[in-house]
Design a protein around this ligand. Structure first.
Ligand SMILES: *[C@@H]1O[C@H](CO)[C@@H](O)[C@H](O)[C@H]1NC(C)=O
Ligand SMILES: *[C@@H]1O[C@H](CO)[C@@H](O)[C@H](O)[C@H]1NC(C)=O
Ligand SMILES: *[C@@H]1O[C@H](CO)[C@@H](O)[C@H](O)[C@H]1NC(C)=O
Ligand SMILES: *[C@@H]1O[C@H](CO)[C@@H](O)[C@H](O)[C@H]1NC(C)=O
Length: 376
């Protein structure tokens, strides 16, 4: 019995390795991906968010270039904005959202259409090219961080365009910082705690407000059940989307299993998923999350944490696999031109023209679970 089973298993293994190797390829979104888009679903909830099936006009490669002659824009921590700077930012951001919401649905830059594209990429609406049943998802796998950086980047460019201000930067929600600290000698930045909903996003009179939220008092340390692995060890786990032979929907484990969800790095699971769940309302589902403007400063901070994670040591580094580096997506830019965007072009913030304000990362890195002070 053993003598036949073992060789058969061996051959099966070998075959699957060979097949995986030959079929492994970066996820690539093309005109055909859009044409084949179909209603999707998330956790059993149906979605219907396909963009128009035919992409009008050319698809233009997006290649950022570091321009040393231009100062980097700074995405700042929202909790440290004050006075004139805060007033100016608030006025612009509000105006930007009023304009974005006023765009017709036919405009891919509209607030609604931006939500829809996140929905399509996140609910299995797109099929992998040449497949009839393998879907694409930008969650719970190694595409999560770079894809969301791209998404926020184009959102920011659209705001810049609508505001006629190419220097406008989308500031971030420093939710991981629960301790007001004294900056180390000589360092400038924001060292105030930021673990509460930024007031401008919590004021019903503002265009940045969203009523459909269910959060309670912000206690970010509470709902995190994977706490022990969340600080030092959040990482990219092995991808399960790199091979077109692996159905991407298989990574969508139930929320209760999220701490071991295959494919996701813990940075995605915690704090990302827990924070989405904590905010609730539209934020609860990838179908609707970007309807809440809070999504954008939240995700700006997520990508900032990616850089923090890389600096921590423990061998943390980005994958070098070409299946990751060459993964290619399509996004409409601020001029409604379709851009072909590769992961490898979204790893260097300097080339993208911005940086993050320095904040108190120690609160995150040297986390202890002392109870957090309430928001001021
Ligand atoms: C997907 O389609 C292929 C080819 O038709 C088939 O072999 C495979 O079983 C299908 N997988 C699923 C999950 O339906
Ligand atoms: C709030 O968001 C959820 C999606 O998570 C949606 O099902 C619900 O209809 C929304 N409620 C309102 C009042 O808009
Ligand atoms: C990935 O992209 C690089 C640079 O464009 C190219 O040289 C390489 O052949 C690509 N590899 C794969 C596996 O697509
Ligand atoms: C942190 O929380 C864990 C679990 O609730 C507890 O066992 C531990 O004593 C706490 N540590 C500190 C420093 O409070």
């Amino acid at each position: 019995m053993m003598s036949t089973v073992v060789p058969v298993l061996f051959i099966q293994c070998l075959l699957s390795i060979l097949l995986t190797t030959t079929l492994a390829a970066p996820i690539t979104i093309t005109r055909e991906t859009f044409r084949a888009c179909r209603p999707g679903s998330w956790a059993g909830i149906p979605s219907d968010c396909c963009p128009p099936k035919v992409i009008d006009g050319p698809i233009v490669d997006f290649r950022p270039k570091y321009d040393a002659s231009k100062p980097l824009r700074v995405r700042k921590a929202l909790q440290c904005l004050s006075g004139h700077e805060l007033q100016t930012y608030l006025r612009k951001l509000e105006k930007g959202y009023v304009l974005m919401r006023a765009l017709p649905d036919s405009d891919p830059r509209s607030f609604k259409r931006q939500n829809a594209i996140h929905c399509a990429y996140g609910t299995g609406s797109f099929l992998q090219d040449g497949s009839t049943n393998l879907t694409i998802d930008v969650h719970l796998n190694w595409l999560f961080l770079p894809w969301h950086r791209m998404f926020v980047y184009f959102h920011e460019r659209i705001l810049q365009k609508l505001l006629g201000d190419p220097e406008f930067s989308l500031h971030f929600w420093n939710f991981d910082n629960s301790v007001t600290a004294t900056p180390r000698h000589g360092s400038r930045g924001c060292y105030k705690a930021g673990h509460f909903v930024p007031p401008m996003y919590n004021d019903p009179s503002k265009a940045t407000f969203e009523a459909n939220r269910s959060f309670m008092t912000f206690e970010p340390n509470r709902p995190w059940t994977c706490r022990s692995t969340s600080r030092k060890e959040f990482h990219f786990q092995r991808p399960s989307l790199r091979s077109p032979t692996v159905p991407s929907r298989n990574k969508r484990a139930g929320t209760e299993k999220s701490c071991t969800a295959v494919g996701a790095g813990t940075i995605e699971l915690v704090p990302h998923n827990t924070l989405h769940a904590w905010i609730g309302g539209w934020m609860l589902q990838p179908i609707t999350a970007p309807i809440d403007p809070l999504f954008y400063p939240f995700h700006a901070n997520m990508e900032r944490l990616w850089s923090v994670w890389r600096k921590l040591g423990y061998g943390n580094d980005d994958p070098t696999d070409p299946d990751w580096l060459n993964a290619t997506f399509l996004f409409w830019d601020e001029n409604s031109v379709m851009r072909r965007v590769r992961v490898r072009d979204f790893l260097d913030l300097n080339a993208l023209g911005y940086r993050y304000e320095k904040v108190n990362d120690a609160s995150w890195i040297f986390f202890d679970n002392s109870t957090s002070p309430r928001a001021p």
